[in-house]
Design a protein around this ligand. Structure first.
Ligand code: T5A
Length: 216
């Protein structure tokens, strides 16, 4: 029996460990003979990566919240059309580091864009597309920003525009993710990201097995 391709998204605040956990889940899927791609937002296709460059660097106030939501969602449409949908159609699982919940949490809860407006843009861009499973890695804001700073220093990428936003913004965004998880418990699983990498990986694998009917 061939398993259906699955669309799994990882969400959470800065430095929650999404990139780390996507890599480890990808390795686990490969061991089980399941083809998968890892991708990210904003970005994940050449056009969306070009938009990413406008979003993650530069002055904090470079974009007003609504313009920022437009840019995120424009990048998402390109990513969906050029990368995610073709991979799913080819039978590959897609593991995405962020997707639409990030716009709801960051531009919506964090920066005050109305959810109804974000959802109107979403319908235009990607229709009713939803991930099969969303893993929300939850971590206190100070811990996540500390981890992200260490990672940014090591990479010297300058992609720190969101990390430089104030603590109130990061707190609202964290609560936004928890509210999304509460409203959509069938799709979302909240994982305590304070634990060490192995423990978080075990929780990720348990959620994938339980929710997607596989045995990894
Ligand atoms: N954004 C994005 C929006 O505002 N709206 C949107 O719609 C979208 C899609 C993207 C920014 O864009 C915003 C959100 C973001 O601010 P980014 O650089 O891709 O920018 O930022 P992040 O997605 O937040 O990526 P990070 O790399 O900061 O976080 P990750 O991927 O969650 O964390 P990771 O795995 O890189 O780990 C960070 C550090 O912590 C360590 C790692 O080794 C690494 O050094 N670490 C742990 N340390 C201790 N214990 C653990 N369990 C650890 N797990 C990882």
């Amino acid at each position: 029996m061939t398993l259906p391709a699955r669309f799994v998204t990882f969400e959470g605040g800065e430095g929650a460990g999404k990139t780390t956990q996507i890599k480890r889940l990808g390795e686990k899927l490969a061991q089980a003979g399941i083809a998968a791609i890892a991708t990210r937002e904003p970005g994940g296709s050449p056009g969306a990566e070009a938009i990413r460059n406008l979003l993650v660097a530069g002055e904090v106030g470079r974009w007003d919240p609504t313009t920022e939501a437009f840019l995120m969602i424009a990048a998402r449409r390109d990513h969906w059309l050029k990368t995610i949908k073709p991979a799913l159609d080819a039978g590959k699982w897609v593991l995405s580091d962020r997707f639409h919940d990030s716009t709801r949490a960051y531009q919506g809860h964090g920066r005050g864009v109305a959810d109804a407006d974000i959802e109107a843009l979403r319908r235009l861009a990607i229709g009713e597309t939803k991930p099969d499973l969303t893993l929300i890695l939850d971590l206190p804001v100070a811990d996540g920003l500390g981890r992200a700073q260490a990672r940014l220093k090591a990479k010297a990428s300058g992609e720190d525009r969101f990390e430089r936003m104030d603590t109130g913004f990061h707190e609202r965004m964290r609560q936004g993710f928890l509210a999304i998880a509460k409203a959509e418990p069938k799709r979302c699983v909240v994982i305590d990201a304070r634990a060490d990498m192995d423990a978080v990986h075990a929780a990720v694998v348990a959620a994938v097995n339980e929710r997607l009917g596989v045995t990894l």
